[in-house]
Design a protein around this ligand. Sequence first.
Ligand code: GLU
Length: 305
Amino acid sequence: MKPTNYIGRFAPSPTGQLHFGSLLSAVASYADARHNSGRWLLRIDDIDPPRTMPEAMQQIPHTLKHFGFCWDDDIIWQSKHTEQYQRALQALNEARLLYLCSCSRSMLRSSAIYPRFCKPASTTSRNAHPAAIDVQHKLTVSDNQNAIRVIMDASVSFTDAIQGDRHYEAQKHFGDTVVVRRDELFSYALCCAVDDANGITHVVRGSDLLPTTAAQITIMKQLKLAVPNYAHIPVATNAQAQKLSKQTHAAPIDTMPTLPTLFKAWEFLGQVPFKTSTVESFWSQAIELWQLKRIPRCESICESL
Ligand code: GLU
């Protein structure tokens, strides 16, 4: 095998068991990494204790092993990266890119993009930046009053290995993103941007995350970090055309037959059909046969994002 710099990852949140939609991201990211003689890391995004299901922390690695996945190194736990996230916040704060936001969910219900109700007025003039905020105070004093948002004004272009050239305008497509939530927890957008920029070279995940990718690239650039390559796979939907997710009660893959479920994922990803009778030989052939370019683009989903 050729030596390679490729480092991929699968990054489930332990908010429930893995479902078929998660399996698609796992299969695509794993096959792509191994086909390119790369490394594949398992990162558990356990930064949201109120939504964490403690059993999922053990169950996810167990299910992945059962489906034949082998990750490199120890499992990465986002909950151990608090210092990195604090440093990133500090850097954004020094660049005067943060502001406190006291808007409640109900105030924002009708706006897809944050309408900047709380953005300090001075920042609207060209050269004025908001004052630095007291990040430590927000992180240590539990007020449940304010979130911290990062100012996002730039447009972002990137070439997705599956979906092609993508272009997003910050204020049209994702808006000033929350980096610390009202409950003092770091947001997924911040943590994922910091961790993916820390050595991951290829991110393969669902196309529902495309606008999030644009926001995360913006954060990486604000922090002057390396931006990985992206490939967004189509998302699986249920009979009601809803994305499979914990919220739409997608069935856990643990309850499904292993090999047929892997083949179902393989077919969904548009790969060359083959036959085999064991999980082990499924993976040896799948890694050999994998072709990222065969993954169908998801015109309708991507256009609506
Ligand atoms: N933890 C996120 C999720 O499960 C991460 C997705 C990703 O960035 O791959 O939705």
